[in-house]
Design a protein around this ligand. Sequence first.
Ligand SMILES: [Zn+2]
Length: 75
Amino acid sequence: MPNQQGATPPGGGETVECPVCRMEIDPEEAPASLEHGGETFRFCNLRCRDRFLARPGFFLKGRRGTAAPRPLTAG
Ligand SMILES: [Zn+2]
């Protein structure tokens, strides 16, 4: 039987995380996407994209690696 190379099996795709609400979504079915800093981000809905557009740095912070420790205010 023919074996098509490069064809991804349906339903076995990878999921991505909405950077705004951290929801897992299928990049193929993401209702909203945005290119930022040479990277393409997918969003679970348009509202999340709008929030990301408003403050991209806020949602990108801590996306990779461990979350930065919150500074404790003495006193
Ligand atoms: Zn979202």
